[in-house]
Ligand binder design. Structure first.
Ligand SMILES: [Zn+2]
Length: 195
């Protein structure tokens, strides 16, 4: 992962999910926990990103409360990705946050000239637009790609990555960084225990 100052880590995603599931991944990865870089802390950082991702209308308001809610949604989504990586099921509070997204989100079916049907968001506000991410998740759960979107097993990292491995057994965002660091830590712990 690139971590040069002034850059957002997620702008250089090394293990991206296929579209549109990458929209969920990119929301979860708006924070780099290891370096404490959070795109959803200041409205001036969050607004252009949200508008670019279709999660906020160009003229819609964005309050600090909205951002607090969005950070809670982000962590609830991360809890689902922890489960995808073989971790525990999401806490009740996380499920409640996502139930709130389902209740206040607003989508409408549209049909194109080929007869293809899509669900699109209705409304300009963040809470209305967030509901579309649940549609993305539902589709990914049906086509099987959902199980490959995981949170890194390193508690200090928890980066969302797409596991392309054949056996879907990947646990770390980046084997060279998180995987080896954990292995070394386990090795040192075993070494100490043996002494
Ligand atoms: Zn990691």
């Amino acid at each position: 992962m690139s971590r040069e100052p002034g850059q957002w880590t997620a702008d250089n995603e090394t293990r991206p999910a296929p579209a549109p599931l990458d929209r969920v991944q990119s929301l979860v990865n708006t924070i780099d926990i290891e370096i404490g870089q959070d795109r959803l802390t200041r409205p001036e950082d969050a607004r252009p990103w949200l508008i670019g991702r279709g999660l906020l209308g160009a003229d819609a308001p964005l309050t600090d409360a909205d951002l607090g809610h969005l950070r809670a949604v982000r962590e609830a989504l991360r809890a689902l990705l922890v489960q995808n990586a073989g971790g525990p099921p999401p806490a009740r509070g996380d499920v409640e946050v996502l139930s709130g997204v389902a209740a206040s989100g607003c989508t409408r079916a549209v049909i194109d000239d080929n007869g293809d049907v899509e669900l699109r968001p209705v409304g300009e506000s963040l809470v209305e637009r967030l509901g579309e991410l649940l549609v993305v998740i539902r589709d990914a759960q049906r086509d099987g790609s959902w199980a490959r979107l995981k949170a890194c097993a390193n508690d200090d990292c928890r980066w969302a990555f797409y596991d392309q491995s054949r056996n879907r057994g990947g646990s770390w965002c980046d084997m060279a960084v998180c995987g080896n660091r954990l292995k070394n830590r386990d090795f040192r712990a075993r070494h100490r225990a043996a002494q």
